[in-house]
Design a binder for this molecule. Structure first.
Ligand code: ATP
Ligand code: MG
Length: 394
């Protein structure tokens, strides 16, 4: 029985998984999940591209690492593979929970994990009647949100199934709130209603925390988080051009992260999750924002050489040498004084405000090769592959 990597496009994460498998001496099969035809009928199933038949390969696979990029396709992929008798990382039930921020937070809440106060209104901004009239629900939805969340503190409206911070919008007055509700669009991925949250007063950074589990072992929280920071926007995720730092996690936060893993995975034996968390620092800041901005500007300058290599087009053509250059650039960035100073500020602020941590999302297929691996120091390909091995060895 072998392990397979199922993917849509081979990006640095997938190439990284491949390289890590080679280094660990693990044989990996590859299953494309784009231009393929999956056929099934009373005689069985087949799985083919125009040029190649993958059916026999799949029959011999025991565990599938599911790296399909879109949440919907990933859910399909894990269901298909599980129906064929394969184990998957992550299993479809975990994919299902992670697909939706609402579902994820409900589970966190039920397990006693702190979350930002969240309000769900199962009604779209606009209804269209049978005779084509528009019924505007924005004012009523805004009233319902305002009854639960303090508007002058800020209300964040977010798509239930978004990524990269898209569609996450902040309102601080009634006009903005109604406009933000109006801007929401229901779709196949975000089918019904409005999801809103209190604005967490998180200073300039948020956290990405990795938890994983192998069969027969307890879940583990990696001791360092990836802290994403900047003052560009209230959204601090890396996609929006923010800087990255590593930050040691207090035991209290690590234990909560493990609880998040348990909340989403139930009794699944192996999984890998990237949790998003924020620290509600409030006014408990150790440095004024202007001084901090100067430090961040200096860190930004030190990060320039990393950015240049990240953009380099040779990365997919000559992955090993590009990767060596990326590693060297990250090493230099991490040793730079501004980096170390900002890292110190973040760690100090996490330690002082650890009991104000909130968890708000879990990602079942995180990007990891560039930032998480080289700042937080965890190659997520390792727990993925070891988790897969642990499922086969039983
Ligand atoms: N309730 C909130 N209060 C304050 N900031 C928030 C809140 N929710 C989200 N944010 C900010 O917006 C960013 C994006 O939020 P979130 O992680 O929910 O979105 P996403 O679309 O899943 O992004 P990604 O795919 O990068 O994880 C977070 O990194 C955080 O900085
Ligand atoms: Mg997120």
């Amino acid at each position: 029985m072998s392990i397979a990597l199922l993917y849509e496009r081979s990006e640095t994460d997938e190439l990284g998984i491949k390289q890590t498998a080679e280094q660990l001496g693990i044989k990996l099969e590859f299953i494309p999940f784009r231009k393929i035809a999956l056929a099934f009928c009373k005689d069985g199933y087949s799985f083919r591209t125009k040029g190649k038949d993958y059916t026999d390969i799949i029959k011999n696979v025991g565990v599938v690492l599911n790296r399909a990029q879109s949440k919907n396709r990933r859910l399909f992929a894990s269901h298909i593979m599980e129906t064929f008798g394969k184990k998957t990382i992550n299993p479809s039930s975990i994919e299902f929970e992670c697909y939706s921020k609402l579902r994820t937070m409900l589970h966190f809440w039920a397990w006693g994990v702190p979350i930002p106060k969240t309000v769900y209104v199962p009604c779209d901004a606009v209804d269209i009647t049978r005779d084509g009239r528009e019924i505007h629900n924005e004012p009523d939805i805004a009233d319902l949100l305002q009854d639960e969340l303090a508007l002058d503190e800020g209300i964040v409206v977010k798509p239930d199934a978004g990524t990269h911070g898209k569609g996450i919008i902040l309102a601080k007055n009634r006009e903005e709130l109604v406009a933000n509700i109006q801007a929401t669009k229901s779709s196949i991925t975000n089918p019904v209603g409005i999801l809103a949250q209190e604005l967490v007063k998180k200073w300039f950074y948020d956290l990405r925390i990795i938890v994983y589990k192998e069969k027969g072992k307890n879940p583990v929280c990696h001791p360092s988080a990836l802290a994403r920071g900047g003052f560009k926007d209230f959204r601090t995720n890396t996609y929006l051009g923010n800087l990255v730092f590593d930050a040691a996690l207090p035991v209290y936060v690590k234990e909560l992260a493990v609880k998040c893993g348990r909340a989403l995975s139930k009794d699944h034996e192996a999984y890998v999750l990237a949790l998003d968390a924020m620290i509600n620092v409030g006014d408990n800041k150790t440095l004024d924002d202007e001084a901090l901005k100067q430090e961040l500007n200096k860190a930004d300058a030190a990060f320039e050489s990393v950015k240049k290599i990240k953009k380099d087009e040779t990365k997919l053509r000559d992955f090993p040498s590009w990767n060596n250059r990326l590693e060297a650039a990250f090493q230099a960035y991490k040793l730079s004084e501004p980096y170390l100073r900002v890292k110190g500020i973040i760690e100090d602020s996490i330690e002082k405000n650890k009991t104000n941590v909130v968890f708000h999302e879990a990602n079942s297929c995180p990007e990891f090769w560039e930032h998480t691996r080289l700042t937080a120091g965890i190659n997520v390909a390792v727990p993925l592959l070891k988790g897969a091995e642990s499922l086969i060895q039983s």
